[in-house]
Design a protein around this ligand. Structure first.
Ligand SMILES: [Zn+2]
Length: 408
């Protein structure tokens, strides 16, 4: 039997232990204080003995936070020493989101329910699936005593769901040399059920609120007023033309272009026979990386300003959210290549490196020039009632991480 086969079999033999670990993790809710919880310390204390029993070296980079009773948010670094090669890091998060409406759950969210191969409970997919698969991948490598080309690490951070200030952002500031640009860094926190998507890029997120002012008059005399809704409607149509302006195709993304869509809308006039003098709508723009959001803003101001002038209306645009996307991880980066090899072996498919439209915690790495890939085989049930993950996928992902750690 080859080393790789031996490793894959060893991981498979942990299947029951993985379910047991998942059950224990699910039973410890870890909600950040802004989600009404006491943070992640109880969960960290559950996991610490597991890490030590596995023979891992554990370091901490806890972030002080007076809002929680214990005064800190844990960030754990567990690692195995290896050769002089690049380190392999998997980063998972300890915190989970609230259950939402409990009536929508068919079982207790904090008690793992095993339904055949489905493992149901809050946090099962987001992010215990990634945590457990990396942990047991590391366990297999350690127990088989395989020679590691470089250090093998597992980073478990707090506060991913509420901004990462006390989690990855803190860790990167507290330990500036910990991750290097030659490392292989994987964040198992998004993906497709078959494991076929390696996320290497994300679009900028730009949310705008547009307030149009006109002059309110009787519905029978539009010529005496300025219809703010009409001007706003023209601007909404124009928004898509703005997206076209920044429309160079990037095949990493679906759709492969920037988008700029009208979304939320404030309530206007109540009655049909009044021409509205004020209208407010919002735009959700997802902009390809490399395009400065200031340029998008300037183009929107120019086009909407022209419409307002034609209609005799006023327009005021304000920013609700601005997240300029960091540069993409190159599709040829070692982390992508290593994942492609391991995924092909375990999942029997050729994954594709692509981008997504929204922000992930990986942005904190990319902003520092650290090549990171976001990958897991997940169902897409995060934050939903009856969140679940697949046992088969969790075991397969553990196999992928074991291969990655062992450099096979
Ligand atoms: Zn997550």
């Amino acid at each position: 039997m080859s080393r790789a086969e031996e490793l894959l079999r060893r991981v498979e033999s942990y299947s029951d232990q993985m379910v047991e670990a998942l059950a224990r993790l699910t039973a410890v809710p870890a909600l950040g204080p802004s989600n009404g919880g006491q943070g992640e310390m109880a969960k960290a204390e559950l996991i610490l003995p597991w890490l030590r029993d596995m023979g891992l070296e554990v370091q901490r980079a806890d972030a002080p936070d007076p809002r929680v009773a214990c005064g800190a948010r844990p960030n754990l670094l567990a690692s195995l020493a290896g050769g002089p090669g690049p380190a392999v890091w998997v980063l998972a998060h300890l915190d989970v989101v609230p259950v939402g409406d409990p009536a929508l759950w068919s079982s207790d969210p904090w008690t793992l329910k095993v339904e055949g191969g489905r493992l149901v409970g809050r946090g099962t997919e987001d992010n215990h699936h990634g945590l457990v698969s990396a942990l047991f991948g590391l366990k297999a490598v350690k127990e088989l005593g395989l020679p590691l080309p470089g250090p093998a690490g597992l980073a478990l951070v707090s506060d991913e769901e509420t901004g990462s200030q006390y989690g990855l952002d803190h860790l990167l500031k507290a330990r500036p040399g910990l991750f290097t640009s030659r490392d292989i860094i994987v964040v198992p926190d998004a993906g497709r059920p078959d494991g076929g998507l390696i996320e290497v890029a994300e679009k900028s997120i730009y949310w705008l609120r547009v307030e149009v002012t006109g002059k309110q008059v009787h519905g029978s005399t539009p010529h005496k007023g300025v219809n703010a809704l009409y001007a706003a409607a023209r601007m909404m149509v124009e928004a898509r033309a703005v997206a076209q302006e920044f429309g160079q195709d990037n095949p990493l993304f679906r759709p492969p272009r920037s988008t700029c869509e009208p979304t939320a809308k404030e309530k206007g006039v109540d009655n049909i026979n009044t021409i509205p003098g004020r209208d407010v709508f919002c735009l959700d723009c997802r902009v390809l990386p490399g395009i400065p959001l200031d340029e998008v803003r300037a183009e929107i101001e120019r086009r909407f300003g022209a419409i307002a002038a034609e209609e005799g209306a006023g327009v005021a645009i304000s920013e609700v959210q601005r997240l300029q996307a960091p540069p993409a991880t190159p599709s040829e980066a070692p982390v992508v290549k290593a994942l492609e090899r391991a995924i092909a072996r375990v999942h029997g498919l050729e994954p594709h490196a692509g981008g997504i439209g929204g922000g992930t915690v990986a942005a904190f790495f990319r902003q520092r020039g650290l090549p990171v890939a976001v990958w897991s085989s997940c169902q897409g049930t995060a934050h939903m009632p009856n969140e679940w993950t697949s046992l088969e996928a969790m075991v397969k992902d553990a196999q992928v991480f074991a291969l990655l750690y062992a450099g096979l």
